[in-house]
Write a protein that binds this ligand. Structure first.
Ligand SMILES: [Zn+2]
Length: 563
């Protein structure tokens, strides 16, 4: 058995996949009474009902002739909610009280309290004796559980001594509300982001900010940016980028500044466009302190938003010969948010944000010159063989990092035959961190970053329906590359087309070049795992990627020739 591992907790509710190998294609296999097909190489994949709490495991019976082997494979099921409905049961499930951890919120901000309790009354008892009843949670009730009660109160109400009181007849139970502290209403509590590590002079080290706790990547703050702190949980800190926008960052990424500190005032001054290198142009905006920012790219330009910043830009100076930047305009979107719109004569190929000598620098990269008859000639391509660490394993034990390296090496050979210079992030079996992979590409000034992976599935998904070829991108300037390489892989591999996906994958964060991640096939599908051991399939995957790169850069060259 490869998946699930013994004693794994099965999160799926109805059915789940299991896979492994019986070592011989001649064997027959029965799992929990269901006959499962075995491939010629002995591998198997099944999608079976999740075991019951009474018998939490899989019973495997493999047979060849008169030879029979039996294996009991235990798994665990998530704990069921405490039974609080029947008479005599506890009045409430104390483990269900939410928030389950200490919080910091603004005094008037609503905090949602939640508890699962027996039929009867549930109320919040404030220090002064005021009692407020809970309501029934609509979402839980719609699912058939009307025992979940909720109440929304201002944070200052639960910041002082308050209790949840549950009553059933003459019985009562008192539950503590987790500590809620209130933040300074004037946002005078300041923090500095990325303070734990040394400040690098470029975007190789950024602090990720998220729209919700533990959520997706959206903002990338420069280490050293000072922001007001407005909320806190055990693992995340809410910071204010400007009056209209608050975001969450991991609590390890922020250091509180003392109470005697004052928030920076950021005023953007006169800007200039310089072009010290043929490969890029810089928009230089003097501003006394690092601002929180965001960059959005469109086919005809770049938008730079500066949060917590007032623009007082009288003059914008250009290099007369600049062939990339056509025009820069700015608007004050709100009293503390400025936006700079950069119109370009060609789409930006990539960008970097730096803070140098008291100025924010937006460095915009030109597309490389491309010879359309040999589009990859002279370009630098970063090839990333996915994993280790982590990664998936197929039914017969093929570890993802092995075929990804074999495919990446074939990609390298094919690229070099076409005249490209190749940067390999990894050339052997040792592990390489997620952040070091795109860093190698940026330092080599690569024109594209391609990460080679093989897909797996989350628990509960039917593996017989959801498999094929997929391609992932994150930055706007990577969509074109994703589309071309995806088409290349579909043509060469002939698997189901799962489309291209925007996804917040860490290796896809570099902004200096188009960056994509290929999931050409599924390692957990027995037929695809078997194919991945063959040179023919590895070569097909590699050629699909390389032909996609070739087609993408041919189009880059065509666009330049049409101007
Ligand atoms: Zn992977």
């Amino acid at each position: 058995m490869v998946y699930p591992p013994p004693n794994a907790v099965i999160a799926a509710r109805d059915s789940n996949f299991i896979f492994g190998s019986v070592g011989s294609g001649d064997a027959s296999l029965v799992i929990n009474g269901v006959r499962i097909p075995v491939l010629p190489n002995g591998s198997f994949l099944a999608f079976l009902p999740v075991p019951t709490p009474e018998r939490p495991g899989y019973e495997l019976v493999a047979a060849r002739g008169r030879d029979t082997a039996r294996v009991s494979h235990p798994v665990r099921l998530p704990a069921l909610p405490l039974d609080v409905a029947s008479p005599g049961a506890p009045l409430a499930d104390s483990g269900s009280v939410q928030p389950g951890q200490a919080l910091m919120r603004r005094p008037d901000e609503l905090v949602r309290l939640r508890v699962r309790a027996a039929p009867g009354s549930v109320a919040l008892l404030e220090g002064g004796g005021i009692s407020t009843p809970f309501a029934i949670d609509a979402v839980a009730a719609a699912r058939g559980d009307s025992l979940v009660r909720v109440l929304e109160v201002a944070a200052r109400v639960v910041a002082s001594a308050s209790r949840i009181v549950v009553r059933r007849g003459s019985d009562s139970l008192v539950l503590a509300v987790p500590a809620v502290t209130v933040s300074d209403p004037e946002d005078r509590a300041l923090g500095i982001v990325g303070a734990a590590t040394s400040v690098l002079p470029d975007t190789d080290r950024v602090v990720v900010a998220r729209p919700v706790i533990g959520g997706t990547y959206k903002w990338f703050l420069l280490p050293g940016t000072v922001v007001p702190v407005t909320g806190r949980t055990a693992n995340a800190v809410r910071v204010r980028l400007d009056r209209q926008l608050e975001v969450w960052i991991d609590s390890t990424e922020i250091r509180s500044l003392g109470p005697e500190t004052l928030a920076p005032i950021r005023v953007a001054g006169n800007a200039r466009v310089t072009s010290s290198d043929p490969e890029w142009s810089d928009l230089v905006i003097p501003i006394g302190e690092r601002p929180p920012y965001s960059v959005e790219t469109t086919p005809r330009g770049v938008t730079l938003t500066l949060y917590g910043t007032t623009a007082n830009t009288d003059i914008i100076n250009y290099v007369a010969s600049d062939s990339l930047v056509e025009r820069v305009t700015w608007v004050q979107e709100a009293s503390d948010r400025a936006r700079f719109d950069i119109d370009l004569r060609e789409p930006a190929f990539g960008h970097l944000v730096l803070y140098e000598r008291g100025a924010l620098v937006l460095r915009i990269r030109r597309a490389p010159r491309v010879d359309r008859s040999q589009p990859l000639h002279g370009l630098t391509i970063a090839v990333d063989a996915g994993h280790p660490p982590a990664g998936s394993t197929g039914p017969t034990g093929l570890y993802e990092a092995v075929p990804t390296l074999a495919i990446a090496q074939r990609v390298r050979t094919a690229l070099e035959q076409r005249g490209a210079r190749v940067v390999m992030t990894r050339e052997g079996p040792s592990a390489l961190g997620l952040y070091e992979r795109p860093l190698a590409a940026r330092r080599a000034n690569a024109h594209a970053f391609v990460s080679i992976h093989l897909n797996a599935l989350p628990d509960g998904v039917n593996p017989f329906r959801a498999h094929g070829t997929g391609t992932y991108y994150f930055t706007g300037q990577s969509v074109g590359l994703a589309r071309h390489v995806h088409r290349g892989m579909i043509q060469r591999l002939g698997l189901r087309d799962l489309g291209i996906n925007y996804d917040n994958l860490a290796v896809l964060r570099p902004t200096w070049m188009p960056a994509i991640l290929c999931e050409g096939a599924f390692l957990i599908i027995p037929e695809q795992e078997a194919a991945l051991r063959t040179p023919e399939f590895q070569e097909a995957y590699a050629l699909g990627v390389v032909e996609g790169l070739e087609s993408f850069f041919r189009e880059v060259g065509r666009r330049a020739d049409n101007r």
